[in-house]
Design a protein around this ligand. Structure first.
Ligand code: TRP
Length: 335
């Protein structure tokens, strides 16, 4: 039986945080042997908003090393950098020419980011979901692990694929495979430490809103000490008036692997002063082995470079074959 193919991408902007780990990466790691995996550091996506050239390369290596440190196993996964495989940019152009403008103007994330940026919205920001569609379609991915915020982009990917199949392969074998979302059962949403109604996010201006995977124990302690709570005694899940309590208990549950019932019982009578040190210890214990492996990987840059080079070769062989198939269907000549 052939394994289903999974593809996912993480942007090398800022550092990965607990929300990325508990909401996404940990799920991939747990099930990586069941699939044929492609994990991409999407550096071309990182320049759709103003970026700092001096930081792009370092962040790209950091994200790749963190994938490995979190337990992605290169025997199950091809890890590569998006810009190393030129087919991503090239397929984006072809898809651009069959994607209606209003599909992109309707993307919620575009509208939100565009509002934040005011005057200087780049064409690339609007086009971002087409590049993401190219990432996915180049690998004939069966499944794409996505959080809530990326679901609309995956829908768009399916719409673009269906449109290309319809325009250029009617009554013929389809050009693109339509990908399905792979949605995590729990932990898909870890919320901000400063506002329990907002997702923990790399783009939140406050460092206190998130715990980064590379934060030191001291930083973790400080952030949890300062995180938003409420003044009600006894901690409970699922109270709509207590989003912070729900988030911090969920976080504790995810980190310790205990059941929700067990955590609810353990914390029912606690105050924040008693709970916060427990949460702090659980975060530090989870991140310690990841940080240790990260430091080992970064101590040997040639290992990471070689791995990404192999990843590039493997990814390019799949992506270039798809690109050629698309070009032929569009009617291009081949050299
Ligand atoms: N847009 C995704 C995000 O910001 C990153 C991404 C780019 C991606 N290409 C992808 C995710 C392909 C999954 C598959 O989270």
């Amino acid at each position: 039986m052939t394994k289903k193919r999974v593809l996912s991408g993480v942007q090398p902007t800022g550092h990965l945080h607990l929300g990325n780990y508990l909401g996404a990466i940990r799920q991939w790691v747990a099930r990586q042997a069941d699939y044929e995996n492609y994990f991409c550091v999407v550096d071309l996506h990182a320049i759709t908003v103003p970026h700092n050239p001096a930081e792009l390369a370092a962040n790209t290596y950091t994200v790749a090393a963190l994938y490995l440190a979190c337990g992605i196993d290169p025997t199950h996964a091809t890890i590569f950098v998006q810009s190393h495989v030129s087919a991503h940019a090239e397929l984006t152009w072809l898809l651009n020419c069959v994607t209606p403008l209003n599909w992109l103007e309707d993307m919620i994330q575009f509208k939100e980011k565009a509002v934040k940026q005011g005057e200087n919205v780049a064409v690339g920001l609007l086009d971002y979901p087409v590049l993401m569609a190219a990432d996915i379609l180049l690998y004939d991915a069966d499944l794409v692990p996505v959080g809530e915020d990326q679901k609309q982009h995956l829908e768009l990917t399916r719409d673009i694929a269906a449109r290309v199949n319809h325009l250029f392969a009617r009554n013929q074998p389809p050009i693109f495979k339509l990908p399905e979302p792979l949605i995590a059962k729990e932990g898909a949403r870890v919320m901000s430490l400063t506002d329990g109604t907002k997702k923990m996010s790399k783009s939140d201006p406050s460092e206190f809103s998130r715990i980064n995977l590379l934060d030191s124990p001291d930083e973790i302690r400080k952030k949890i000490k300062r995180c938003k709570t409420d003044s009600i005694r006894g901690l409970t899940f699922d109270d709509p008036n207590r989003p912070e309590a729900n988030n911090l208990l969920t976080l504790y549950q995810l980190l310790t692997g205990k059941t929700k019932e067990a955590v609810a019982a353990e914390c029912a009578e606690m105050g924040w002063g008693q709970f916060k040190p427990l949460l702090t210890d659980a975060v530090i214990a989870t991140l310690e082995p990841i940080q240790r492996r990260y430091n080992e990987i970064m101590a040997d840059p040639s290992y990471l470079k070689n791995l990404l080079k192999k990843g590039q070769e493997q990814a390019a062989s799949v992506a270039n074959a798809t690109l050629e198939r698309v070009k032929l269907a569009f009617g291009f000549t081949l050299p």
